[in-house]
Design a protein around this ligand. Sequence first.
Ligand code: GLY
Length: 324
Amino acid sequence: MGGWAIAVHGGAGVDPNLPLQRQEDAKMLLTRCLDLGIHALRSNSSAIDVVELVVRELETDPLFNSGRGSALTEEGTVEMEASIMDGPKRRCGAVSGLTTVKNPISLARLVMDKSPHSYLAFSGAEKFAREQGVELECNDYFVTEENVGMLELAREANSIWLDYRVPTNEKCSASVETPLQMNGLPISVYAPETVGCVVVDSQGRCAAATSTGGLMNKKIGRIGDSPLIGSGTYACGVCGVSCTGEGEAIIRGTLAREVAAVMEYKGLGLQEAVNYVIEERLDEGKAGLIAVSSNGEVVCGFNTTGMFRGCATEDGFMEVGIWK
Ligand code: GLY
C-alpha cells in the first residue's frame, strides 16, 4: 500500500491569455481544496467522503464552472450535473438537469446511498432533492453577472463555449488560429470548465467525483460526460478517474473507464494507462483527466493547452499547476 493521494481539477482547455490574476485566483482555490482534502485524509476520512467534501467546496466558489458560477444554457438558465463513484464496491450516483440544488455532488451521493437507482435527471432529480431536504437556492444564486455577459457573446458568435472565462471576443479569436468545431459549430477551447476530485485513502480505497454546469450556450437538455459513469467519472478496485474537457469527445472515448480497463486487462501502471488512453482514445486538444491508483500513485494528463490541477501524496509531495 502506497499511502493516500489526492488530485483536483478545475477544468481543461485554458485560454493562454488568461489574466495572471485569474491564474493566481485559480491556483489559490485549488490549493485551498487540496488542503481541505489533505486535512480530511490525515483525519482518516474515507476516499468517498473526501471527494464529496472537496467538490462541494469547488461548487460553492463561483470561480470554476460548477454549482454557483455554472455555465448557462441557450435560454440563460443553469442545468447542472454531477457524478460520484466509490471504487471498492463500484457504487455510483449521478444527477443531471439540476436548477436549484446548491451542491449537485451531494445529491449524486444521495442517489448512490439513499435511492434504488444510479442516475436521476431533471424534474425527478429535483423532486428527490426536495425529499432528501438538501440545500436549495434560487436561480440568482447560480447565475453570475459575468456569465450573463459571456452568454451574450456566445450567442452573438453563434458558438457553444466550453466555458466562459475568455474575457472578450477579440481575445478569443486571437487565441484560435483555426476555429475548432464541435459537430459543425465553432467552439472556444481556451477556457477552464468543470471540477473534479480523485482520492485514494490510506486503506487503498479509490473514489472519484465530477461536477459541472456544462457548456456555455448549450442546448436545453444537453447532457455531457460529467454525470456519465465510465465517461467523466469512474472508480473501481484499481483506480479513480475524473475527466474534464469537451464532453462529446470524452463520451466517445469512454475515457474514465478506459483508464481502468487498460490497467485491468493490459496490466499497465497508472501513468502508462493515462498516456495510452489520451493517445489512443482522445481527439487532439479536447480534454484531460486526473487519476489515482489503489497503490497511492497520482497522475494528471491532458492534451489541451492547460488544465487547472493540483495533487498531493502522503509522503509530502504537493503540486498545483495550469500549463503543460
Ligand atoms: N466536460 C464537461 C462537459 O462537456 O459538459
